[in-house]
Design a protein around this ligand. Structure first.
Ligand code: DGT
Ligand code: CA
Ligand code: CA
Length: 584
């Protein structure tokens, strides 16, 4: 049974208003524009529902100002939620220009002027022009208008912003601790993209159960970081924190907690797929539970919901409708790697290059954390900004590592380097020095703009070096700052397989490079992934958890991750690289 989607008169009015705006930006016939505006105004105050009128086959031309053309549009909007004309106009104009209309104080006339006079098409361009004082010089704008536009557009831009997982984690953890201290919450989980460990989140979604929801939500809106309370009811509330991130909170009864947690964890695509399974039984699944008619058959835990629709528990990181439902049905869900599976870390820096701590401090911290091994991989000399090591300095460090290894118990320091891959694919360190090391991490730190073919060849040639073990941050992307360089990752993954070397999943939250999909590709091709902290201080080992989150999104299991191996097995694998290279 199709559920009837409610289309309010205001929804139809909004489509007409937008058509009028877009026609006006385009400089269309004023009479036509006015017809849409008048119809929008009429609809926004009309008592009878046009949706009902359409369903009852009533004649829409009875309505004031509605001729055959607009009547047809209303029918189209009621049926589809939009209409062909609006979609066509959206395509003809610069794709982002309708965003400008959403800036308070900017009507279509002003947007058209900004477009005609200064070719402003996006919110970013508008903010830049306002900051540069270019708006106040346009007739009809003036300095006050410019200031108001700047403020409005900045507020808008910050709303559209996403936040890195590490920033979200800080806030989420503080908020959860604060809510727990209030003792009104029985269960608390941050759901949404955060729980699915996406590398960035749009907002935070918090799901709680409580017998005292009103007191709990009162405490929530009084959280110290709240800058603005956007809504505050008896079962839900939304706040904007001073960091610019929004938090949505919902409180349900314990009997609904699992269903609510599942619903608000998403992803939406996953939810839709699970709901379809429920519907196949004639059941209804929503945030309150799984229902057969009015009877709740599951919902207290997520596992109960999955079980009722015939599935084993599916980890949040897998819930993207990327095959997890089918894998669950077939009993082929991966057993995802966890932080405690990691036996050590293969990428760390010391004060010898650009790290903040000494070799000894890094070693002691790794020991304290129970690592079986830590690879010391400072930069090579080509990376001047990082005070990279030349062959002599590295030889000195290698001796120091030998001494420390004799002194320390329970942990083995591996001798390594994060060596620059030169433009021609050679490595920035003499072969004789590389041959003395346990691990050679190659990295691209320059010439990011080489054409795809050359960038790929550069990396493949580096992997051909018999000492090459591991490719650091394979695509070079920095979240929000720098795109990945152009490179053929599938060829690189396959070449790594051929050469017996490995790929890094760099755990720094600004990198998280490789992405989840590349992790999955590496797994499929049988290439082990090293989750490396790339620590530049003793605190950075904490970043490993973000790397593990990304690895889990990429379906990686313990066996797919290089640094889950005990020391002995690891050393064999690292040695095999060389043998594979030498045998070809
Ligand atoms: P974000 O915040 O953009 O990083 O991504 P999410 O996944 O956290 O999305 P959000 O905050 O809009 O909504 C949280 C979850 O709520 C989402 O993952 C799934 C669920 N949800 C939201 N809207 C819908 C919907 O229209 N249908 C269904 N089935 N689920 C929805
Ligand atoms: Ca969210
Ligand atoms: Ca949300």
């Amino acid at each position: 049974m199709e559920q009837r989607v409610l289309v309010h008169n205001a929804d139809v009015a909004a489509v007409f208003q937008q058509i009028a705006d877009l026609l006006e930006i385009e400089g269309n016939n004023p009479f036509r524009i006015r017809a849409y505006r008048n119809a929008a105004r009429m609809l926004s105050t009309l008592a009878p529902s046009v949706q009902t009128m359409v369903e009852e086959n009533r004649d829409l031309k009875e309505l004031p100002g509605i001729g055959p053309d607009l009547a047809g549009k209303i029918i189209e909007i009621v049926a589809t939620g939009t209409c062909a004309l609006r979609e066509q106009l959206r395509q003809e104009l610069p794709p982002a220009i309708h965003e400008l209309l959403s800036v308070p104080g900017l009507g279509s006339k002003r947007v058209k002027t900004l477009y005609d006079e200064r070719n402003i098409q996006t919110l970013d361009q508008l903010a830049r022009a306002a900051r540069a004082g270019e708006i106040s010089t346009i007739p009809g704008f003036g300095q006050r208008a410019e200031q108001r536009i700047l403020e409005a557009v900045q507020a808008k831009l910050s709303k559209a912003r996403r936040f890195r997982i590490d920033m979200a984690a800080q806030i989420a953890e503080a908020l959860v601790a604060y809510l727990r201290a209030g003792e009104d919450a029985r269960q608390i989980e941050i759901a949404g993209s955060y729980r699915r460990r996406q590398e960035t989140v749009g907002d935070l979604d918090i799901v709680m159960s409580s017998a005292r929801p009103i007191r709990l939500l009162q405490r929530f809106v009084e959280f110290g970081d709240v800058a603005q309370v956007q809504s505050h009811g008896t079962t839900r509330a939304s706040v904007l924190l001073r960091q610019g991130i929004q938090v949505d909170a919902r409180v349900v009864a314990d009997s609904s907690f699992g269903a609510a947690l599942h619903y608000f964890t998403g992803s939406k695509a996953h939810n839709i797929a699970v709901r379809r399974l429920a519907q196949a039984h004639g059941w209804k699944l929503n945030e309150y539970g799984l229902f057969s008619n009015e009877r709740r058959i599951a919902g207290e835990t997520e596992a109960s919901v999955f079980k009722a629709v015939g599935l084993p528990y599916i980890e949040p990181e897998l819930r993207e409708n990327r095959g997890e439902i089918e894998a669950a049905q077939a009993g082929h869900l991966p057993k995802l790697v966890s932080l405690t599976d990691l036996r050590g870390d293969l990428h760390a820096h010391t004060r010898a290059s650009d790290g903040k701590n000494s070799l000894r401090e890094m070693a002691l911290e790794a020991q304290r954390r129970g690592f079986a091994y830590l690879a010391i991989t400072d930069h090579s000399q080509k990376l001047r900004v990082a005070h990279g090591l030349d062959s002599g300095a590295l030889a000195k460090q290698v001796d120091e590592i030998d001494r420390l290894n004799e002194e320390l118990s329970g942990i083995r320091l591996l001798k390594g380097i994060e060596v620059d891959i030169n433009e021609d694919g050679t490595l920035d360190m003499p072969d004789a020095m590389l041959a003395r090391l346990d691990i050679v991490i190659g990295a691209v730190h320059s010439k990011f703009t080489l054409p795809r073919e050359r960038q790929t060849e550069r990396i493949l040639r580096a992997m051909d070096h018999p000492c090459f073990t591991l490719l650091a941050h394979p695509t070079g992307r920095m979240i929000f700052e720098r795109d990945a360089y152009e490179v053929d990752m599938l060829r690189i993954i396959r070449h790594a397989k051929e050469r017996g070397c490995f790929l890094e999943l760099n755990a720094q939250p600004e990198r998280l490079d490789m992405t989840d999909t590349y992790c999955l590709a590496a797994k499929r091709e049988g290439v082990l992934v090293s989750i490396g902290s790339d620590a530049h201080s003793v605190f950075d080992f904490d970043d490993l958890r973000f790397g593990v989150g990304q690895a889990r999104r990429g379906w990686l299991e313990k066996k797919d991750v290089l640094n889950t191996r005990p020391l002995g097995a690891l050393m064999k694998l690292l040695g095999r690289t060389r043998l594979a290279a030498l045998s070809t």
